[in-house]
Design a protein around this ligand. Structure first.
Ligand code: HEC
Length: 290
């Protein structure tokens, strides 16, 4: 169908178009890889990206939790009130002292003795209990709150109770203690995985197809093309399927790891071959696409 047409036969504007597209896709891919490092390295409560991070995210695992790992496993409340967290805006309504006070209490390990203590970080700051009472109990109360199922006080009129608050404020790795203990780390939730799968499946195969199609038009020998053209797409199928299979069958995490590596190599090779063919490849005689 495409006959002898090669990328080198494209007009210069078309070559610039394709090159700019590949540059964007290439940078986008590298940012994606960077994103994995930023967001997944601590899934196993340890710094550094290892196969255990995949194990935790896609299958779940038992881990030794030490004093050291607490810093890597903030409580649910800490995650919700961090900058960018969904509850941050409610906390900020209390002003800087409220933000400072609740953050200080959560970061120090959410102790009962410090719960009612004012001025944890700076003189004049309210106690964590008071901040939660003012900013959160409106919705998080057992009587008529929008979030009655995660209450911090019995009603809007009552003081927040430490035991209620601790259901979400306890550091996930336990209190910072010198001795370590074992705990089960669950994989990412099913709804999150549905969302992540959906987002990836709708996007990645599209540019994989475009790049694969361009690669067909390079001067790479046909035998090599026979392997390299379909490889990235096949690897994507294995990758996405393994995200789900690994929930039940642990060894599929190795398929995920291998798929990532093979995809990167094959895709990178395709892009480099395309750029080379565009600008340095041989033109074929008959066709020139304007
Ligand atoms: C206007 C109502 C409202 C206020 C005020 C509010 N929340 Fe929430 N909160 C919600 C809703 C709704 C959810 C569930 C939806 C979500 O996760 O975004 C929620 C969820 C949470 C969760 C997660 C609960 C869980 O078990 O997953 C935490 C923790 C939390 N809020 C903490 C706070 C803190 C701390 C404050 C005060 C700084 C606060 N909220 C103020 C409505 C509120």
């Amino acid at each position: 169908m495409l006959g002898s047409f090669r990328l080198a036969n494209l007009s210069t504007p078309a070559k610039v178009l394709v090159t700019a597209f590949l540059a964007l896709i290439g940078v986008g891919y590298l940012i994606g890889v960077r994103n994995i490092f930023e967001h997944h390295t601590e899934a196993d409560l340890k710094p550094g990206l290892t196969v255990d991070d995949l194990r935790r995210n896609y299958h779940g695992m038992d881990a030794e939790v030490t004093a050291d790992s607490r810093a890597h496993s903030p409580s649910i409340m800490e995650q919700m009130v961090r900058p960018g967290g969904p509850m941050r805006k409610f906390l900020e309504k209390g002003g800087e002292p409220a933000v400072r006070s609740l953050t200080a209490w959560l970061e120090s390990g959410s102790d009962e003795s410090a719960f009612t203590q004012a001025a944890l970080r700076e003189p004049g700051d309210p106690s964590a209990q008071r901040v939660i009472g003012r900013q959160c109990v409106r919705c998080h109360n057992a009587t008529d709150g929008e979030m009655a199922d995660v209450p911090y006080a019995q009603s809007v009129l009552d003081e927040p109770e430490y035991a209620l608050v601790m259901s979400v404020a306890a550091p996930l790795g336990g209190k910072p203690t010198p001795e370590s203990k074992s705990m089960r780390l669950a994989p990412i939730g099913r709804p999150e995985l549905v969302q992540v799968t959906h987002a990836h499946i709708m996007a990645i195969p599209v540019f994989t197809l475009i790049v694969g199609g361009l690669f067909l038009l390079t001067g790479v020998p046909d035998r090599l093309k026979a392997v390299l053209v379909p490889l990235p797409m096949l690897v994507l199928c294995a990758d996405f399927a393994s995200w789900w299979l690994a929930r039940m069958i642990e060894p599929f995490i190795y398929v995920i790891a291998a798929a990532g590596a093979v995809f990167g190599l094959a895709f990178g090779t395709q892009i480099l071959c395309i750029v080379y063919s565009l600008w340095f490849g041989k033109r074929t005689a008959d066709s020139r696409l304007q």
